[in-house]
Design a protein around this ligand. Structure first.
Ligand SMILES: C[S@@+](CC[C@H](N)C(=O)[O-])C[C@H]1O[C@@H](n2cnc3c(N)ncnc32)[C@H](O)[C@@H]1O
Length: 249
């Protein structure tokens, strides 16, 4: 018997931001595989097995999920936010590419979710209203030189930049270095937003400028948004106009 594998995201935290399609997939699963805190967001169901693992073992977790599905189980791999954004969906496909060719015949699906960048933007207004990009500052799987090159290119192209994984205990200094790269290209007056626990009841927003931005404010639950040259504040909101040259006159 061939099982199935669906990769889902729980959204940024608040239960209402988990999509109904994801809830339906979770209700049908025989096995849930994921990082413990993400599994904790899923209500327990009788008969369903949970396979919690540490956050750093994505590839092992993906292989475990594929092995379960190949044995006939209906497996759901649980990520936070959207499963395709710096998360488990890519790890599953990487495991398939390197693993047992029989895994390619499995019934595999990705269910979209609300990524942190969208929840963070909604907390402050519409900072992603113009062209934007997302960069992870984690150098676990890519070099810091690559990250600096991408930051500079994004700044030169005048994108709004959403920074995922801005800091962790193992990487406390990288956000400050990233700000230095951005300051070498962008104006010091550029709005910078630190949004912690976006899309949850504990959401916290700090709005500042690139010149004044203090990297030590960010932690693992923070999403940092650095504006484009057109990004502006209106009252307590921050937005990026859709027009290249700012607002309509
Ligand atoms: C490994 S990435 C996973 C991203 C996730 N797949 C998503 O789509 O949101 C983890 C990073 O996402 C960001 N993040 C996740 N949830 C967040 C939230 N509720 N508020 C702010 N940032 C969040 C943080 O930058 C965190 O370090």
């Amino acid at each position: 018997m061939i099982g199935s594998l669906v990769i889902v995201g729980t959204g940024p935290g608040k239960p209402e931001l988990m999509t109904p399609a994801t809830e339906a997939v979770l209700a049908k699963a025989t096995d849930l595989v994921g990082y413990g805190p993400y599994l904790d967001r899923v209500p327990p169901r009788n008969g369903q097995r949970r396979h919690a693992s540490d956050n750093r073992v994505e590839l092992d977790r993906a292989r475990h999920a594929l092995t379960l599905a190949a044995s006939g189980r209906d497996v759901v791999v649980v990520s936070g936010g959207d499963p395709g954004v710096f998360a488990m969906a890519a790890a599953v496909f990487e495991a398939i590419e390197m693993g047992d060719p029989a895994w390619q015949a499995l019934d595999i699906r990705v269910e979209p979710g609300v990524t942190a960048m969208l929840a963070a933007a909604a907390e402050v207004g519409a900072p992603l209203g113009g062209d934007f990009c997302a960069i992870s500052l984690s150098d676990n799987l890519k070099s810091w030189a690559t990250i600096e090159r991408r930051l500079k290119a994004a700044a030169e192209a005048d994108f709004v930049i959403a920074l995922y994984n801005p800091a962790s205990k193992a990487r406390p200094h990288q956000l400050a270095q990233a700000f230095d790269v951005l300051r070498s290209v962008k104006s010091g007056a550029t709005p910078v937003l630190f949004v912690r626990a976006a899309g949850t009841a504990e959401a916290k927003v700090l709005t500042t400028t690139l010149a004044a931005a203090d990297a030590s404010v960010a932690d693992m639950r923070t999403l940092v948004i650095v504006g484009a040259s057109t990004t502006r504040t209106v009252g307590r909101w921050v937005y990026t106009p859709r027009r290249e040259h700012g607002t309509a006159s």
